[in-house]
Design a protein around this ligand. Sequence first.
Ligand code: MF3
Ligand code: CO
Ligand code: CO
Length: 266
Amino acid sequence: MLYGKKRLQLNESERIAMRRAGKFNGQLMDFARTQVRAGVRTSDIDRLIVQFTRDHGHLPACLGYQGFPKGCCISVNDIVCHGIPGAYVLQEGDIVNIDVTTVVDRWLGDQSETFFVGQVSPVARQLTQCAFDALYLAIDALAPDCRVSEIGKAVVARAQRDRFSVVREYVGHGIGRRFHQEPSIPHYPSRQASIDRLLPGMCFTIEPMINEGTRDTVLDRCDGWTVRTRDGKLTAQFEHTILMKEEGPEILTLTEHGPQKGHQFT
Ligand code: MF3
Ligand code: CO
Ligand code: CO
């Protein structure tokens, strides 16, 4: 399919390049996972993530992206997404999402994971479980040529089961040699998503943000990036980069060390 004039269906060598980018990004997440604990500054985690990326000869895609000042996004508790790593020190009971994106030989991998800092509250665990299940239920709903809206249907149904809400202002996206491209991947059903289809060779992210309370968000007016829940309640997110193939979806950013389908956080 052509979206605008862009060719979104990758050939075999382009798929191999995306697989490499996803694999490295997954290894970077494996590294990030080992850095999360109480007492650590989020800017220190960011510095180590940038270092690990450069040590392997790759580039952090977030750094300088539309003026973003750091190498990854770190979003704690009520921060929905695009948290800027800084002076904040992780505390026991926090839930923290780390979102890493890497450029590997001009192709991109993008993923995020929500971590627990020590013991967290029952609702924090339930919310994190819901966001994780929503991602995998959406992946399970994928088939070659399916409508993008299958993703939103699966995510909303899972969130409703726990009476949580689904963020609308921020969505998944096509990905490849560009960070964000068509198609848009909303995590709720929309008119455009029931027109757009996921064809073999297309790469995209699924990255549901699930809120404990209202789905509404507010953008920090001072830094222009940090997105918070309007009611200050918790939010959780997981993200993977997916390649649709003739046989079905392949998760490009999954490694054997990360939480697998069916993982229980509770
Ligand atoms: N990684 C985010 C996503 O999943 C985008 C971050 S853009 C940044 O699309 F500039 F905030 F880093
Ligand atoms: Co993304
Ligand atoms: Co991301």
